[in-house]
Design a protein around this ligand. Structure first.
Ligand SMILES: C[S@@+](CC[C@H](N)C(=O)[O-])C[C@H]1O[C@@H](n2cnc3c(N)ncnc32)[C@H](O)[C@@H]1O
Length: 293
C-alpha cells in the first residue's frame, strides 16, 4: 500500500484512539441496541473505525458500510482490514461484495457525500458515524440529508470535529500569523464544487444539531495531543502522522505567507520531529445523539 494518504490514516489510528472522548464512547455503548446493527460511516477513509469498534467490543455483528469518495482508500481498506484481522488471530471472509470480520459484514461504497444524499434510497442505518469528516463539508446543508440515512431516533456519533486551535510547541514567532492564515484557508475551502468545511466546525456543529432537532446526548473534547515518548521516539507511526500534518499546513500556507519565512518554519518544525521535540495539539469535539423521530 504505497498511497501516502493510506499511511497517514493508518498512522492516525493511535492518535484517534487516545483522543476519542471516552465519556461519549460510554454513552454510545449504553445507547446501542443489544442486537446486530446496521452502521454507516461517511468519509470513512481506510476503515480504522471498524477495527476500533471491534477492538473496543462496541459492535457484535451486523452490517457496516464504509462510504468514501476516494477509490484508492477503499481498495486499501480491504487489505488493511484483512491485515488487522490476521494480527488479531481472526480469519477474514473475503467476497467480491463484502468483507466478513467475525459476525460483521463490511461493505464499501465509493461516493461523494453530496451526490450520495441526492441519489441514495438505501436501507436506513441504526448508527451513523463521521470521524474527522464533518469539518470537511458544509454542515447546515448536509445535516438534514444525513439524518434521512438513519432510522427514526437512530444514533449519530460525530467525532474529531476540528475546532479552531492548532498548536505547535515549542513556541515560534511566526506561529500566530501562520495559524491564522491556515485556519482562514479552511474557512474558504471548496471541494467537489461545494463549500468544504470551516475552522470552527466543532463549536458550530452543536448549534446545527439543535437546529436540526437532534441535540446531543453527550459531548466532549477529543483533542489530538502528540509528543515523543520519554525515549525520544514517537509512538507507532506518529512521526509520519506529524510529517503529514506539517505537509498539510505547508500546502495551506504556500502562496499566502512569506515564502522564505515558511521555509524557515517548516525546516525547524521538521527538525523538531527528528529530535523528538515537537508537540502538536489540535482541538476537536465529539458529539453523540439521536436523529429526529
Ligand atoms: C480526514 S479523513 C478521515 C478518514 C476517516 N474517517 C478517519 O478518521 O480515519 C476524511 C475522509 O473523508 C473523505 N472525503 C472528503 N470529502 C468527502 C466527500 N465530500 N464525500 C465523501 N468522502 C469525502 C476523504 O476521502 C477522506 O477519506
Amino acid at each position: 500500500m504505497s498511497y501516502p494518504y493510506t499511511r497517514y490514516l493508518a498512522s492516525k489510528k493511535s492518535v484517534d484512539d487516545r483522543a476519542l472522548h471516552q465519556g461519549v464512547v460510554q454513552e454510545l455503548r449504553r445507547q446501542l441496541p443489544d442486537r446486530p446493527v446496521r452502521v454507516l460511516e461517511i468519509g470513512a477513509g481506510l476503515g480504522t473505525m471498524v477495527a476500533r469498534l471491534l477492538e473496543w467490543e462496541l459492535l457484535r455483528g451486523g452490517h457496516y458500510t464504509l462510504l468514501d469518495v476516494d477509490r484508492q482508500l477503499l481498495l486499501d481498506s480491504r487489505h488493511w482490514l484483512c491485515q488487522w484481522a490476521h494480527s488479531r488471530g481472526l480469519t477474514p471472509e473475503i467476497t467480491p461484495d463484502w468483507l466478513g470480520l467475525g459476525d460483521l459484514r463490511v461493505y464499501f461504497v465509493e461516493a461523494e457525500i453530496g451526490d450520495y444524499l441526492e441519489n441514495e434510497v438505501g436501507q436506513p442505518a441504526d448508527l451513523l458515524i463521521a470521524n474527522a469528516f464533518l469539518d470537511l463539508v458544509e454542515v447546515p446543508a448536509t445535516l438534514p440529508g444525513l439524518f434521512r440515512l438513519l432510522v427514526p431516533e437512530g444514533l449519530y456519533w460525530f467525532t474529531i470535529n476540528f475546532d479552531g486551535e492548532t498548536i505547535f510547541q515549542p513556541d515560534h514567532p511566526y506561529d500566530q500569523e501562520f495559524m491564522r492564515v491556515y485556519h482562514l484557508g479552511m474557512d474558504e475551502r471548496e471541494r467537489y464544487g461545494r463549500p468544504a468545511g470551516e475552522s470552527r466546525a466543532g463549536r458550530h456543529l452543536y448549534h446545527h444539531l439543535r437546529a436540526a432537532g437532534a441535540p446531543p446526548l453527550a459531548s466532549g473534547s477529543s483533542d489530538w495531543v502528540v509528543h515523543a515518548q520519554p525515549n525520544g521516539s514517537y509512538q507507532g507511526d506518529e512521526a509520519y502522522f506529524l510529517e503529514s500534518i506539517l505537509t498539510t499546513v505547508e500546502e495551506g500556507l504556500r502562496g499566502h505567507v512569506d515564502g522564505a519565512q515558511l521555509d524557515e518554519w517548516m525546516s525547524l518544525r521538521r527538525s523538531q520531529i527528528k529530535s523528538g521535540q515537537l508537540l502538536y495539539i489540535a482541538h476537536q469535539i465529539d458529539f453523540l445523539g439521536k436523529a429526529p423521530s
